[in-house]
Design a protein around this ligand. Sequence first.
Ligand SMILES: [Zn+2]
Length: 177
Amino acid sequence: MVTNRSAYNPGISLLPAENHARNGRRKNSDCGSLWDLLDAVKDPEIPALSLWDLGVLQDITQIDGAIVVTITPTYSGCPAMQVMAEDIAATLRQAGYDNFRISTRLAPAWTTDWLSELGRQQLRLYGIAPPRNESPIHCPRCDATEIRLISQFSSTPCKALYQCRDCAEPFDYFKPI
Ligand SMILES: [Zn+2]
């Protein structure tokens, strides 16, 4: 279920403070078209999920005529990060920008709390259970909570492999960090 929090909770943000600040940087940016352009850059492991919805894309600014794209790695040593940086560079070049640099910001560290609501929905559509801090994990296919852990590590270290006891499907769970 996707809810628009601001619709019924005006003025009260339930987002983590850092994500709230990130949304503000995009909203108040004078590089609006560049944010839209980089929405086309997806997580190489989950092609439905943009770097923005993943929470990796932090800021886009222009300094002395150069575009500076700031990203935060999902976790140190994530093999997808180099691909993400290359995809950002390729997307900017294809759009005719060649004066840019990609800056990596390590603190504050990325957490799965930065995944957007849309990002969580896209994970489910892709067959991956989105991270949950307290509530039970739901099967992304049938929404059942009767599940069993098969392996702490799945296709990538950031995911665990579960099986649904209801529909019997195995599925990946994006582990919260
Ligand atoms: Zn199921």
